[in-house]
Structure formats: structure tokens, C-alpha cells
Design a protein. Structure first.
Length: 54
């Protein structure tokens, strides 16, 4: 495989950036889903679904 000069560490750097981005996304999603507003909205949605079903 032919590499450009100074291109040896790009794959490792790309994996590192991807890993950091995935961790940041996971943290943002966790923060969003454990917040009170989301919990209240999901509880209301389930409650409404159960009342319509009965």
C-alpha cells in the first residue's frame, strides 16, 4: 500500500476522533434521556396510551 509522506498516523487519528465523537454523542443522549422533562414526557405518553387502550 502506498502512503503519502507524513500520512502514517491518519488511520489511528481518525479512529480516535470517531471514538471521541461517539462518546460525546452518548453523553449528550444520556444527559437528555435522564433529564426531568424527557422523563415527564415519556410518562405522560405511556399514561395516555394506557388510558386510550382501556
Amino acid at each position: 500500500m502506498h502512503f503519502l509522506r507524513g500520512d502514517e498516523g491518519t488511520t489511528t487519528a481518525e479512529y480516535a476522533i470517531g471514538t471521541v465523537a461517539a462518546a460525546a454523542f452518548a453523553l449528550a443522549l444520556y444527559t437528555l434521556l435522564t433529564g426531568d422533562s424527557i422523563s415527564t414526557a415519556l410518562s405522560g405518553l405511556v399514561q395516555r396510551a394506557l388510558t386510550v387502550a382501556t
